[in-house]
Design a protein around this ligand. Sequence first.
Ligand SMILES: [Zn+2]
Ligand SMILES: [Zn+2]
Length: 143
Amino acid sequence: MNSKMNSQEWAREKIRSAGLRATPARIATLKVLHGSGSPLTHAEVSDKLENLEIDKATIFRNLTDLVAKNVLRRSALGDNVWRFEIIKESAHEHDSHPHFVCVDCGSVSCMEDVELKQKSTSASPLLEHVTEVVLRGHCNECA
Ligand SMILES: [Zn+2]
Ligand SMILES: [Zn+2]
């Protein structure tokens, strides 16, 4: 997606094919997440949409709607805020990937190359279903 037009069309198509109305607010929300290399919180998305004057409650509702339609994934990474990211077309519906969280600055990175083997997620009899894998450490900037 290089040109702005393309990402606009891509977002509209993505929203429509999920069975939602492609409102300007939803398109703008999806474009912000598409342009981000890491998952974003509701506050971060709202900041980036500030000049469009979409109210924060609408943005939150749109994020939640897009999660319900499997366009976005919502992750809880241990700091009591949800982070939202687009589910890649290539991913299976409920596929997830680990995230790296910097303990100093709180930056979040996707670790999409890390694949979890079925065995490792069923290693414990106490474990029914892994919802989130979070790795913590120091990022490049903070090391
Ligand atoms: Zn850091
Ligand atoms: Zn991610």
